[in-house]
Design a binder for this molecule. Structure first.
Ligand code: SGN
Ligand code: CA
Length: 532
């Protein structure tokens, strides 16, 4: 029946009835007026190098599911952290503030969970919030309706979680468990509210224990050595020379590379604790695989450069097997969103707490302001607002995540937040939001012995100041020397640029409320060298 066919009397009767029932101001038009707040799924892994994602560079491995986020959304080619280590990075992301202001300057401290974080702000604005996976901030999480976190670094196999205050052991492999718990939470959430779910994989953190189903992966692949694998650190300062993160010298045969009996008593004990998590059947499969490699290693008995290369190959194989499990589980999350009609209005983010060395400079681990650990993956899909295959070249930093989420949720950014919304970059409205980033690292003395430093990076140059037990500057021209092999600080040709950068660095430190006084006062207590 159309309006035309209704007799005038009946039309007015219906109109009056409609007004009475309030259907003129119908729920549909109400919904149109109300901002539709997007859901957020923030997926973060631990120590995932950009280079180990095929969307960033196809030479190492294939990550089809992470790549899908880039294909259907945006990839950031210049995404950086502000303090390249776990707990500090996580605190920066939650607060949108640099470490010296949020208080989490190193991995040892306990996070002050009474401070403002973006999950708390979202929660106060009607979002349902959940945190699942690695946390590493010691204090119990705040701002989440549900939380289930690995204890400390957590275990790959049959791990214990602290879930809403209680310890609970899960059966299985950590990346699978984190995904399953995430999907369970999505299934049982209040479907009337928008949600923000933080899914934090502990993988692929050291000691890179692969899933049993992936053990054979990459075993017949020989990885090319990075051009600077045998770096001797000439032309650079004491920080590069004195670090303890060399694959050759510091990567542990037993703990890292699973060669039973090849390590110190300390290493053995640490590794045994991990092996004790296995069921008998799991342990048998594990041993059947690694015992063969152990035998081969013993018979070859590589030394010197050969040993360095052997370690590198084993490291990459295990690391990339673990990455592959992360990628599979991300695929499951994306499929879940498709199957439940959630893809269009959900922002999916993939990132890592920092970058990682995959043999560049002969290293593993992170911490330095050099490119491989300063950079972190960042891919964002939000079909409602972001065009597929968007490539962002502007420099962004992890201080920007909190204000970006608040922006998309239609919530004003509180004044204390130091980052900026990256929405204009995502939606093609701007090419850049800043011309320089600021970096700081404090955990020294500490594991891997990377000296304290801070610095500035522009699109072309990088200036770093190492301090505390040294007073050294390094300057790199990234266009001419992308691998940062030659410190040009003393080169007179760069004098004017260095002068300009020092002024810019000072301005940035003032803007971000950082000072020398502050840096020297920060104590890193009880930290021992990784060799200690
Ligand atoms: C552990 C690792 C270090 C690593 C830190 C911090 N040693 O201590 O290699 O740098 O975690 O990593 S291990 O012997 O326990 O493997 S972080 O990602 O949590 O910051
Ligand atoms: Ca990490």
């Amino acid at each position: 029946m159309t309006i035309k066919n209704i007799k005038p009397n009946r039309f007015f009767l219906l109109l009056i009835l409609c007004i009475e029932l309030g259907c003129i101001n119908s729920s549909n038009s109400k919904q149109e007026n109300k901002k539709v707040q997007p859901n957020i799924i923030y997926i973060m892994s631990d120590d995932h190098a950009q280079r180990a994602i095929s969307a960033y560079g196809p030479d190492l491995n294939k990550t089809p599911n992470i790549d899908r986020i880039a294909k259907e959304g945006a990839i950031f080619k210049n995404s950086f952290v502000s303090n390249s280590i776990c707990a500090p990075s996580r605190a920066v992301m939650l607060t949108g503030k640099f470490s010296h202001l949020n208080g989490q300057t190193d991995n040892l401290r306990s996070f002050d969970g009474s401070q403002q974080t973006y999950p708390k702000i979202l929660q106060a604005n009607g979002y349902q919030t959940a945190l699942i996976g690695k946390w590493h901030l010691k204090s119990d999480p705040t701002g989440f309706d549900f939380w289930s976190v690995h204890i400390g670094q957590g275990d790959y196999y049959n791990p214990d979680f602290k879930e809403m205050g209680k310890t609970k052991r899960y059966k299985g492999y950590s990346p699978d468990i984190v995904k399953e718990n995430g999907i369970n939470w999505l299934e049982n959430r209040d479907k009337e509210k928008p949600f923000a779910m933080l899914l934090h994989f502990k993988a692929p953190h050291r000691n890179w224990m692969p899933a049993l189903s992936k053990l054979e992966m990459y075993e017949d692949k020989e990885f090319d050595l990075p051009s600077n694998f045998f770096d001797n650190y000439e032309n650079r300062g004491r920080a590069s020379k004195e670090q303890e993160m060399s694959i050759y010298e510091d990567m542990e045969l037993e703990w890292d590379l699973k060669m039973n009996g090849a390590g110190t008593a300390f290493e053995k004990e640490k590794f045994e604790r991990k092996l004790s998590r296995f069921t008998t059947e799991e342990r048998q499969q594990w041993d059947a695989f690694y015992n063969k490699i152990n035998e081969d290693f013993k018979s070859k008995n590589p030394q010197g450069k050969d040993l360095a290369i052997w370690k590198y190959q084993r490291y990459l194989r295990d690391y990339l097997k673990v990455v592959s499990s992360v990628d599979d589980n991300i695929g499951d999350v994306l499929n879940y969103l498709d199957e439940h009609g959630l893809a269009e209005n959900t922002i999916v983010v993939y990132t890592s707490d920092q970058g990682f060395y995959m043999g560049e400079h002969g290293w593993f681990d992170k911490r330095f302001m050099y490119e491989e650990s300063l950079r972190t993956p960042l891919l964002i899909r939000y079909p409602a607002k972001i065009k597929p295959k968007t490539v962002v070249n502007g420099m962004v930093q992890n201080i920007d995540y909190a204000p970006t989420f608040l922006d998309y949720a239609g919530i004003d950014t509180p004044s204390g937040i130091q980052g900026e919304s990256i929405r204009p970059l995502l939606e093609g409205k701007k090419d850049e939001i800043r011309d320089a980033i600021f970096y700081q690292y404090f955990e020294y003395p500490g594991p891997h012995a990377v000296k304290r430093h801070f610095g500035i990076r522009t699109s072309r140059y990088k200036l770093i100041h190492f301090y505390y037990d040294v007073d050294e500057w390094e300057f790199y021209d990234l266009e001419k020397d992308p691998n940062e092999m030659k410190n040009q600080y003393a080169n007179p040709n760069y004098k004017a640029i260095i002068k300009e950068l020092k002024i810019k660095l000072k301005d940035l430190r003032t803007k971000y409320k950082d000072s020398d006084d502050n840096n020297f006062k920060i104590q890193t207590q009880d930290l021992k060298s990784s060799k200690g």
